[in-house]
Design a protein around this ligand. Structure first.
Ligand code: PLP
Length: 507
């Protein structure tokens, strides 16, 4: 493909995406394909001779689009939002156009330095403690990881390596493998699956501590677990708290956890993958309580900051702890400016060597929307969730399972789990809206997350009408079925009476 064809293909693709996003409400949020649908539509081998881009674009419409779940639809209410905005798409396109590798400063100074700039902009926007800023000249700073899972894994691995080094000095009688075999980490039973997975990948068990009835993990639960484990000869390493759990967006008590971590030399990481966006709002300042005492934290711009996947911000109070843990060098990776503050070689802050120019889409998004636009976006999600919460509260057939938190409402149909389960099944079959279920204390509930590129109050009304009307018809069907069942049992009873009479007659 030459540059001219690229111009034409690229422009057609931009039109295609703009049409897709502008008309996203035309599609059911869930696709209507069966497993294996694509395998039947495509040849088993790549084409031997080149095809035209227009043929390929037609196939994107014919083959790919029908198999998409439309995450940018305002009728998407499952999981948490996955952000996108037009400026961010352009940023992604430009970054692909440059196709640079930003693993060290010399590999593209603009990539490293723009990341330093936007991570400091973001830290200030979110009102994070000063020590997380690069401009403070170390040792703290921010970095963009691919996902929250990677950020958590980096924190877990760094905490583990720091603990091993510390213990080798303080307990020289223990071998390294003995130390590694005793390490233990903590999180809440409400935390995201990526935290348990980080433990598996780091070969360090993560104990999932019971959150309170309000789904909050507090210092007393951590203290109790640490005391038990230390008595059993184990070595506590890290606690991963959540600000905004995946199930109900509950906020762990960072202050009390920090106290226990400080007393026990335990790294405290905060996973604020979704809720971190709310740190920017003065009315949510409570959420930031205790952040000045944590060692590291992560927040997904691709969830709540209008930047498309992948873009997970992570801040470290002392980045040297990660750099020292991960620093594996080769002569060909060295350059004459390495080690200078404010020009970090981000390859030491992450798992892979290569790194994408993610800061570009962040910078373009922040500049074209401004802090004002970003705050308005978060407030809009909160307002829409409040609208949905009011609808739930006004219908006595439903109940909230937890207080609304930011753009998430957790609710269920009153009664046993079966009715909520059947309601969800019906909604999934109809494909008009998409929610997922969760469970708390044996109660099944539905998570309604405000998602999509541009959700509006009318979309919330649409979702609510779909939910409540399906409950109405489900209940009506159940009434008909139970009436039929009643009639049937009456008839059976009657027939068995007749049978007896016949027998009697025969006798
Ligand atoms: N943490 C929380 C609280 C989440 O809700 C999620 C995903 O929804 C994750 C972590 C994992 O995020 P990622 O897909 O970026 O790894």
């Amino acid at each position: 493909m030459d540059a001219q064809a690229f111009r034409e293909f690229g422009k057609a693709a931009v039109d295609f995406v703009a049409d897709y996003l502008e008309n996203i409400r035309d599609h059911d949020v869930l696709p209507s394909v069966e497993p294996g649908y694509l395998l039947d539509l495509l040849p088993k081998q790549m084409p031997e001779t080149p095809e035209t881009w227009s043929e390929v674009l037609k196939d994107i419409d014919r083959v790919i689009k029908p198999g998409l779940t439309h995450w940018q639809s305002p009728n998407m209410h499952a999981y948490y939002p996955t952000s996108v905005s037009y400026p961010s798409i352009v940023g992604e396109m430009l970054a692909s156009g440059f196709s640079i590798m930003g693993f060290s400063w010399i590999c593209s100074p603009a990539c490293t330095e723009l990341e330093v700039v936007v991570m400091d902009w973001l830290a200030k926007f979110l009102n994070l403690p000063q020590h997380f800023l690069h401009e403070n000249e170390g040792p703290g700073g921010g970095v963009i990881q691919g996902s929250a899972s990677e950020a958590v894994l980096v924190a877990v691995l760094a905490a583990r390596e720091q603990a091993v080094r510390r213990l080798r000095l303080s307990q020289p009688e223990l071998s390294e493998s003995e130390i590694r075999g005793k390490l233990i980490a903590y999180s809440s039973d409400q935390s995201n699956s990526c935290i348990e997975k980080a433990g598996v990948l780091a070969a360090m068990p993560i104990k999932l501590l019971p959150a309170g009835e309000d789904l909050v993990l507090r210092g007393d639960a951590l203290k109790h677990a640490i005391e038990q484990d230390v008595a059993a000869g184990l070595i506590p390493v890290i606690c991963i708290a959540s600000l905004g759990t995946t199930g109900t967006c509950a906020y762990d008590d960072i202050e009390s956890l920090a106290t226990i971590c400080e007393q026990n030399d335990v790294w405290l990481h905060v996973d604020a993958a979704y809720a971190g966006g709310a740190f920017a709002l003065e009315e949510c300042s409570e959420l930031r309580r205790g952040l000045e005492r944590v060692d590291s934290l992560n927040f997904n711009l691709h969830k709540f900051m209008l930047v498309n996947f992948d873009c997970a911000a992570m801040w470290l109070r002392d980045a040297n702890k990660v750099i020292d843990s991960f620093n594996v060098d080769r002569i060909y990776l060295k350059h004459k400016h390495e080690g200078q503050t404010q020009i970090p070689d981000f390859r030491h802050w992450q798992i892979p060597l290569g790194r994408r120019f993610r800061a570009l889409k962040v910078w373009i998004t922040f500049r074209t929307l401004g802090a004002e636009g970003l705050r308005a976006h978060i407030r809009k999600h909160i307002r829409l969730a409040e609208q949905f919460e009011d609808l739930v509260k006004a219908d006595e057939r439903f109940e909230l399972i937890a207080p609304r938190a930011l753009g998430l409402v957790c609710f269920r149909a009153k009664g046993d789990n079966e009715i909520t389960s059947q309601l969800l099944q019906r909604l999934m079959e109809r494909k008009k809206i998409y929610m997922v279920k969760a469970e708390h204390c044996g109660q099944l509930f539905l998570r309604f997350a405000v998602c999509g590129m541009d959700p509006k109050p009318s979309d919330i009304e649409f979702a609510w009408t779909e939910i409540e009307s399906q409950l109405t018809s489900l209940c009506a069907e159940q009434q008909v079925n139970s009436r039929k069942a009643g009639e049937l049992s009456e008839l059976t009873h009657h027939l068995s009476g007749l049978h007896l009479t016949n027998e009697t007659l025969q006798r």
